[in-house]
Design a binder for this molecule. Structure first.
Ligand SMILES: Nc1ncnc2c1ncn2[C@@H]1O[C@H](COP(=O)(O)OP(=O)(O)OP(=O)(O)O)[C@@H](O)[C@H]1O
Ligand SMILES: O=P(O)(O)OC[C@@]1(O)O[C@H](CO)[C@@H](O)[C@@H]1O
Length: 315
């Protein structure tokens, strides 16, 4: 069982338009709604592969209730924590050429009592000894930048590995505090974390090693169209595949993380699985997650100890 925590979940609405005309009335030719938020997407991707995952989420108002219903329809048991504010809606506009524009709402402010209730709901799940806790996405106002540090402390007390996918100050705080089993930044999030641009494979590996030195076991860096790098104390691996024309890249990083968690075998094997799940996700509309028959593991090439001088855009 994997427990996911999404402190700021969303109803993800995607509208497919031929071409986005900014400042004009645009008409969509298709609309999609998915239960969204990074931890939720990880849980959905795992569930799609028959793996047990629950989603702990604050839920408020009619949209919070809808989110919980949708999670059930997607085969993910929800652990809703009632909150006074309304669960947010995030909107994605996808153009015919794959260009994606996303607008994420801030989400409801949580009170101190609601934040404590969220942590208590996670603690309740920890008592059943899950394989890991995956905490992912942005933090709503009121949660405090140290929310993931508190969560890591809680998971540590129960001996359960904490996997983190977030950005900005909450990521910085959690990495500095240490005690993380895996972090999954994308290239921009890792660059912001270390405070410098990342141009080459060597730059990414050095940045990931800084994270590891502060108390994280492994760093999985997703690189969009250029695949992903896995950095651990004992090695570095890159995986990627031939170019794809994406239908929607929303949630591809979450499917990548889910694939890594679902993967078995060597580091290279797990990274191959991760990248195959991410690549399959970009070929699906909205925030849809791939199923087993949509994966192409053979298309993914894995390289151990990739050349540090290679530019990321050459991968
Ligand atoms: N344009 C693309 N072409 C091929 N593969 C892609 C493309 N974009 C993403 N991917 C695949 O999806 C994975 C995750 O993508 P990305 O690095 O954009 O994640 P992310 O920024 O965390 O996304 P999100 O936050 O929306 O989940 C990549 O490692 C890659 O395997
Ligand atoms: O605003 P956050 O929490 O950073 O990201 C939320 C979000 O963009 O992330 C997922 C894709 O990774 C979407 O399902 C969701 O809308």
């Amino acid at each position: 069982m994997i427990v996911t925590v999404t402190p700021n979940p969303s109803l993800d609405r995607a509208l497919d338009v031929e071409r986005l005309e900014v400042g004009e009335v645009n008409r969509a030719h298709a609309a999609h709604v998915h239960p969204g938020g990074k931890g939720i997407n990880v849980a959905r991707a795992l569930a799609r592969h028959g793996l047990a995952a629950v989603a702990v989420v604050p839920a408020g108002g009619a949209d919070g209730a809808r989110l919980v219903t949708l999670l059930g329809e997607h085969g993910v048991p929800a652990v809703p924590v009632p909150v006074a504010g309304d669960t947010r809606t995030n909107v994605t506009l996808v153009e015919a050429d794959g260009v994606t524009t996303k607008v994420n709402a801030p989400g409801p402010r949580l009170s101190d009592a609601e934040v404590d209730a969220l942590l208590a709901a996670v603690e309740d799940q920890l008592t059943s000894a899950p394989r890991a806790v995956v905490a992912a996405g942005s933090l709503p106002a009121g949660a405090g930048d140290a929310f993931f540090v508190r969560l890591a402390g809680l998971a540590g007390r129960y001996g359960v590995p904490l996997v983190l996918d977030t950005s900005g100050a909450p990521l910085t705080r959690a990495v500095r505090a240490g005690g993380l089993s895996l972090v999954k930044p994308n290239e921009d999030e890792l660059a912001e974390l270390v405070g410098r641009d990342l141009v080459t494979v060597g730059d990414v590996v050095a940045a990931a090693r800084e994270v590891i030195a502060q108390g994280t076991t492994a760093v999985l860096v997703s690189l969009g169209a250029h695949g992903a790098l896995l950095v651990r104390e004992d090695g570095t691996w890159w995986a990627g595949g031939p170019p794809l024309v994406p239908l929607s890249t929303v949630g591809a990083g979450d499917s990548t993380l889910a694939g890594y968690l679902a993967g078995t075998g060597s580091c290279a094997d797990r990274l191959r699985t991760a990248v195959a799940w991410g690549r399959a996700a970009v070929l699906l509309p909205g925030t849809e997650v791939p199923g087993p028959d949509q994966l192409d593991l053979d298309a993914v090439r894995v390289v151990e100890t990739p050349d540090p001088h290679l530019a990321l855009k050459e991968l």
